[in-house]
Design a protein. Structure first.
Length: 433
């Protein structure tokens, strides 16, 4: 949740109070032709925004350049943005940096911030986090909300500055109090996790609300989480589903998954398998592995009106290829039973092994059984014993029974080797966190 949001900086333009639709364009142009830098810049603004004239980025860039060459800081910044975005001029990050730097030297806070962005991303200059943090700080100390947020992220990630969660919170707060939605989200997250401040669900919820009211999907999702688990509020599945829906409708992948679960289990909404599949599919199509797993399970459900083993295998495979352990185990089952795919014990063993090596006890038991019976692999009681032993150590009672039966097939030396291997497997193949 605290991942750095990539900033696509907006075009920050001249205050438009002085340049309204009623402005006499001819008079303004006359002033511009006399070299009035403010008029030159404002004409650029009007052409860029299509105010009183037909929108024309090339004209905008031309007027900005005339003002910028006179040292007009705002025009220098605006021209930098045009180069940055490739509007009216060919996109050229080096030129963007050059013009941002000219404006920054005059103390323009927007230029200071954007220069920081360029150094952070290595656009037009060699990537340099220390330089980025330095430019952000100059803008932040002028009260620039976006720069304050950006500097907070640098402290959170320890990029260009020593990692310092307290400083991150300090800068998030300054930005959040000015209404910056990303800062509000990250400040809420800091309180939620107790990172840089004492954990405080009440404060977390307050800041998430501020961001959610601005339509931020991440904040809406976390409000859903707080209502779902009763963090700082009374548990309320209906409120959780409501917030998940708001975020899900904006494409938030985890919210889509959670809303799908809500419909699947009838939690906060009326149970509806079709709605569950719709929302799970939206998340699954964004490569959400657990959503893919859930879709696979729903299509595989015995007696389900939407039962479709081929669809089940397809979704299990997508999740399994992302390393989802339950999907790997389930895909092994599908190959074993020949459901949705041709029966293939070798493939079954392959997927059981992937899950087993991630510490899944059920897959470890099944892999042991394949070695025990000799399906998809050469029969090997020693390996069967080792995998049964590991699964049993994970708490699988059936595996413990089979381990003891298989032990009778081994000589004392074979049993000793199998036990040694089992200990190594147990140490190596623990469940992934």
């Amino acid at each position: 949740m605290m991942v750095r949001v990539l900033i696509i900086w907006a075009v920050l333009l001249a205050p438009m109070g002085a340049v309204s639709a009623a402005t006499d364009i001819a008079a303004l142009q006359a002033r511009a032709e006399q070299g009035d830098a403010d008029a030159l810049n404002n004409l650029g603004v009007m052409y860029e925004n299509g105010q009183g004239v037909e929108q024309d980025f090339r004209q905008a860039a031309s007027w900005y350049r005339k003002a910028a060459e006179q040292g007009h800081a705002l025009a220098q910044f605006n021209l930098g943005v045009m180069y940055d975005n490739g509007q009216g001029v060919g996109q050229d990050y080096r030129q963007a940096v050059s013009w941002y730097r000219k404006a920054a030297k005059q103390g323009d806070a927007d230029a200071l911030n954007n220069l920081g962005v360029m150094y952070e991303n290595g656009q037009g200059v060699e990537q340099d986090f220390r330089q980025a943090a330095g430019w952000y700080r100059k803008a932040a100390e002028q009260g620039h909300a976006l720069a304050q947020f950006n500097l907070g992220v640098m402290y959170k990630n320890g990029q260009g500055v020593g990692q310092d969660f307290r400083q991150a919170v300090n800068w998030y707060r300054r930005s959040a109090e000015q209404g910056d939605v990303d800062a509000q989200v990250n400040l809420g997250g800091s309180y939620y996790l107790g990172q840089g401040v004492a954990k405080d669900y009440g404060q977390a919820m307050a800041w998430f609300y501020k961001a959610a009211e601005q339509g931020d999907a991440i904040a809406q999702f976390f409000l859903g989480e707080m209502f779902l688990y009763g963090h700082g509020v009374e548990q309320d599945y209906q409120q959780a589903a409501s917030w998940f829906r708001k975020a899900a409708e904006q494409g938030h992948i985890d919210a889509q998954f959670n809303l799908g679960l809500a419909y699947s289990f009838g939690r906060g909404v009326e149970k509806n398998d079709l709605q569950a599949m719709i929302w799970l599919r939206k998340a699954a199509e964004q490569n959400h592995a657990n959503a893919q797993l859930m879709l696979g399970a729903m299509y595989a459900a015995d007696g389900g009106r939407m039962q479709d083993f081929q669809q089940s295998v397809s979704w299990y495979r997508k999740a399994a290829e992302q390393g989802n352990v339950r999907a790997q185990n389930s895909l092994g089952v599908m190959y074993f039973a020949g459901r949705g795919v041709a029966q293939d014990y070798g493939q079954s063993v392959s997927w059981y092994r992937k899950a087993a090596e991630q510490g899944d006890a059920d897959a470890q038991y099944k892999l042991g059984a394949m070695y025990d019976i000799g399906l998809g692999v050469a029969q090997d009681f020693s390996l069967a014993y080792s995998w049964y032993w590991v699964a049993a150590a994970m708490g699988d009672k059936k595996a413990a029974e089979n381990r003891d039966i298989t032990a009778k097939q081994l000589s004392p030396s074979q049993l000793a080797d199998a036990q040694k291997r089992a200990g190594e497997f147990f140490a190596k193949y623990q469940p992934k966190e």
